[in-house]
Design a protein around this ligand. Structure first.
Ligand SMILES: Cc1ncc(COP(=O)(O)O)c(C=O)c1O
Length: 393
């Protein structure tokens, strides 16, 4: 399987997949196929090349529908990435002055800033506190909803990019729905690693990115239940989103086209379809198990040498091992791992500045595992981490 990820032949240990995953040959070949076989646009011209692309785009939509177990392929809207999907809902969901949106204290900037911006329109933003170890507290969440009847939308990360914790999404959604509240999930870090079944979850909206699930970058998806998408106003408008216009009126397309403005990232779309197929073939639940088994090794061997962010139990952290060491510059730490041992990690606040600031956490180094990492690699990582600790202490 590793042979399908050519960059691994460069003798690199790649553990930065929460930022961007590697892509297998089949995804790269599919992108190449687009540029070589039908490098045109879909939906405008009526010629053979364009018609082939229309079929390919529909195939990709259906593959993603299957991956999510969505009711219809029309519930799949192509976006640029998770960030655009979240912005689409933030801008189009009907919220009025005085309404509130609930997020957690551990959201990626992409699920914080669009809501912060709505404060300008008089929309309140409420922050759900988590347990000290970063896990979700259902009882406190219920209390928040009871105390804030103005909450109209809950927008939570499904899995965290800084500690890998997965929230109990099904229960969270059930509780919200009892009060007529809609739920948007940021699935950027869950979809690549676990089975995400939108019917079982009964989630109203869900956003994710191609580049974290072995697909191309610059392409993502916003899933929405048909009845919920129909209630949204289009966000970006222009070509492709309309059936007719006059100089002072417009008739919009149906979903999903209504939300897909302008010519699309067709290479990205067909590549994403292929990545969805690859993911289904691999079985996301097996990926999660594999990551946890590797994370157990990292945790067991490193837990006494570093300060870990998140719960100690690796079963709760999936493929994320995010840590810092007192009095050591973790940017420097990650650079040395890269330059001396060819180990690609990420250092920083991982776009969750608000949580780092609230908890007074220093910059950390994140090891994020995926399908292609091995036991041999994680043992080598531990050896090298120990060497860098010696060097910098
Ligand atoms: C939890 C989470 N949400 C949202 C995003 C934003 O994803 P993108 O930059 O692909 O829009 C990321 C990216 O790291 C993420 O980890």
């Amino acid at each position: 399987m590793r042979e399908q990820f050519k960059v691994l032949q460069k003798n690199i240990i790649y553990v930065d997949s929460a930022c961007m995953s590697l892509r297998p040959d089949c995804v790269i070949n599919k992108i190449k196929e687009y540029y070589e076989e039908y490098p045109v646009c879909a939906g405008r011209s009526n010629h053979k090349l364009a018609n082939t692309l229309v079929t390919e785009v529909l195939r990709a939509r259906k593959l993603i529908q299957k991956l999510l177990n969505a009711k219809s392929e029309k519930e799949i809207i192509f976006t640029k990435n998770t960030t655009e999907g979240l912005n689409l809902v933030a801008n189009s969901f009907k919220l009025e002055e005085g309404d509130a949106v609930l997020i957690t204290e551990k959201e990626h900037n992409s699920n914080l800033v669009p809501w912060l911006k709505l404060k300008e329109k008089g929309i309140q933003l409420i922050i759900q506190k988590l347990n000290d170890d970063g896990t979700f507290n259902l009882a406190e969440y219920k209390t928040t909803l009871e105390n804030n009847p103005n909450i109209k939308l809950v927008s939570f990360h499904h899995a965290s990019n800084i500690d890998g914790v997965i929230i109990p999404a099904k229960e969270i959604i059930q509780i919200a729905h009892k009060s007529g509240i809609k739920v948007l999930l940021d699935a950027a870090q869950s979809l690549p690693h676990i089975t995400v079944d939108v019917k079982k979850l009964d989630v109203d909206f869900l956003a994710f990115s191609g580049h974290k699930m072995m697909g191309p970058s610059g392409i993502g998806v916003l899933y929405g239940k048909t009845e919920e998408l129909n209630k949204l106003d289009p966000f970006l408008v222009g070509g492709e989103t309309v059936t007719d216009t006059t100089h002072d009126s417009v008739s919009y397309e149906q979903v999903p086209e209504k939300f897909e403005a302008g010519l699309q990232n067709y290479a990205g779309i067909v590549g994403l379809g292929e990545a969805a197929k690859f993911l289904m073939k691999t079985n996301p639940d097996k990926i999660h198990k594999h990551e946890v088994s590797l994370n157990k090794i990292l945790t067991e061997r490193l837990k006494d040498r570093v300060t870990l962010i998140g719960p100690e139990d690796p079963e709760l952290r999936g493929g994320i091992f995010n840590f810092y060491i007192e009095n050591i510059d973790m940017h420097n730490f990650s650079s040395i791992l890269d330059s001396k041992a060819n180990i690609a990690t990420r250092s920083g606040q991982h776009c969750v500045h608000s949580y780092y600031n609230a908890k007074n956490l220093p910059v950390s180094t994140r090891i994020s595992l995926y399908i292609y990492n091995t036991e041999e690699e994680v043992n080598k990582i531990v050896d090298e981490v120990e060497k860098v600790i010696e060097l910098l202490s």
